[in-house]
Design a protein around this ligand. Structure first.
Ligand code: NZQ
Ligand code: ZN
Length: 386
């Protein structure tokens, strides 16, 4: 096991009818900006619950943060934060609203010239404006981590940011919120969380027995609850296990002391930036090719994954490892998710070259758990995903 340090300061308030508890979490003298997305919260009752809880708290609102939070929209919210002397942010939404709020938390205290530099110059945020979240869509884990991904449509870029100052102070997780989520987004959530575990698990053995079993148990739980949630999002037991699995998949715990990959996400973000494909679907497109291409370096963990998560116990190590890749692709397909780029766009010609070129320009010369993947490998992997 590798050395590690671990801190996660986010307070989780989990369970039925917990949104009202946010009153107790926000400092009494705060001036709050409540942030939300395209309006789903106004149809499913979450907006009313949050407004009731904010009754005694000085607050204003900013709605309209789109999926894949857009820089120009966030800059309007930043102006409001400055003009209205906001001291506390409250995100009510999925990964996009929470990530947008993290950007604002960083930008509000940023001393540099243009906040976009936080992303291009990879400036870590040591201290941001405090914020809490009410999670409406289990998927990203953003509610309990300190990372964010921000999009800029004018340059077709989607870049990551983060830092120890960007953990939410609290996050409210009421599994009942999934009742109004469309099937397509539920499938995305399952796929995203599952992929988060794969990125932190499908590397090489390092003797981290507990971390491996944490990772395997999250995947087993997601596989078990996926059909139940898609059939009936009112199934509270399935919903609560789904929601907590998504949070646990990316709150830092399972990556401690182990190598991590994240190449699938790096390539996937480019597909969202270029074609607007949903985040989770980009991962399902890239993952099978990535694991096939890197078969030799990942086969031990692939075989362990085959045995423990998919109960594949016959054949050679290689047979099991191959079967695990197939099972993963079938799992995504069973959720209604296509795993080839050509199913999403007709304009895929040249995509592999463009992505490899972008990585070269950004100086990303070593992706993967051993930083061994060069832009030409990225090109081959994306080509395999057409
Ligand atoms: O905008 P509204 O109207 O609220 O509708 C949203 C949106 O259209 C809807 N929705 C959310 N909660 C709902 C609901 N509809 C009905 N009922 C509810 N309870 O769902 C749509 C998608 O929402 P979004 O927030 O975009 O989805 P998700 O949570 O999957 O977030 C995706 C974003 O997070 C980033 C992705 O790159 C992407 O930009 N990620 C963030 C990570 C992190 N911070 O750690 C890690 C991830 O790997 C990921 O990159
Ligand atoms: Zn993801």
């Amino acid at each position: 096991m590798n050395n590690f340090e671990f801190i996660n300061p986010t307070k989780i308030i989990f369970g039925k009818n917990t949104i009202a508890k946010l009153t107790e979490e926000i400092p009494a003298n705060a001036k709050v900006l409540m942030l939300y997305g395209g309006g789903s919260i106004k149809k499913n009752g979450i907006y009313d619950q949050v407004k009731a809880a904010l009754k005694t708290i000085d607050h204003i609102e900013f709605g309209g943060i789109p999926a894949n939070p857009e820089y120009t929209v966030l800059m309007q919210a930043l102006e409001l934060i400055k003009n209205e002397n906001i001291t506390y942010l409250l995100a009510v939404g999925g990964g996009s609203v929470i990530d947008g709020t993290k950007f604002l938390s960083a930008a509000a205290y940023f001393k540099g010239e243009t906040p976009w530099d936080i992303l291009t110059e990879k400036i870590r945020t040591e201290q941001g404006m405090p914020f809490g979240t009410v999670l409406t869509l289990p998927a990203t884990g953003s509610e309990m981590n300190s990372g964010a991904v921000i999009t800029r449509a004018s340059t077709q870029e989607k870049l990551a940011m983060g830092g120890p100052g960007l953990f939410p102070t609290f996050s409210i997780l009421d599994p009942q919120v999934i009742q109004s989520i469309p099937k397509r987004q539920l499938a995305n959530g399952i796929t995203d969380a599952f992929s988060h575990v794969l990125e932190q698990y499908l590397t090489y053995p390092i003797g981290a027995l507990l971390q491996d079993r944490f990772a395997e148990s999250i995947m087993q739980t997601l596989i078990e609850v996926a059909p139940k949630i898609l059939k009936d999002p009112k199934d509270y037991e399935a919903a609560s296990n789904f929601m907590w699995s998504c949070t646990m998949a990316l709150n830092g715990l399972i990556q401690k002391g182990v190598p991590t990959d994240w190449a699938v996400h790096a390539m996937g973000h480019e597909l969202t930036a270029l074609f607007g494909i949903d985040h989770a679907r980009t991962l399902a497109i890239i993952a099978p090719s990535h694991y096939q291409y890197n078969f030799e370096t990942k086969k031990e963990k692939l075989a362990q994954y085959a045995e423990r998560v998919w109960q594949i116990n016959s054949g050679s190590l290689e047979d099991k490892a191959y079967a695990a890749i197939e099972k993963t692709e079938q799992f995504f397909n069973s959720l209604g998710i296509d795993t080839k780029l050509s199913k999403y766009t007709k304009d895929y010609d040249g995509t592999a070259e463009i992505i490899a070129q972008r990585f070269t320009e950004r100086g990303w010369l070593g992706l993967g758990e051993r930083q061994a993947l060069k832009p030409e490998d990225v090109e081959s992997i994306v080509l395999m995903a057409y």
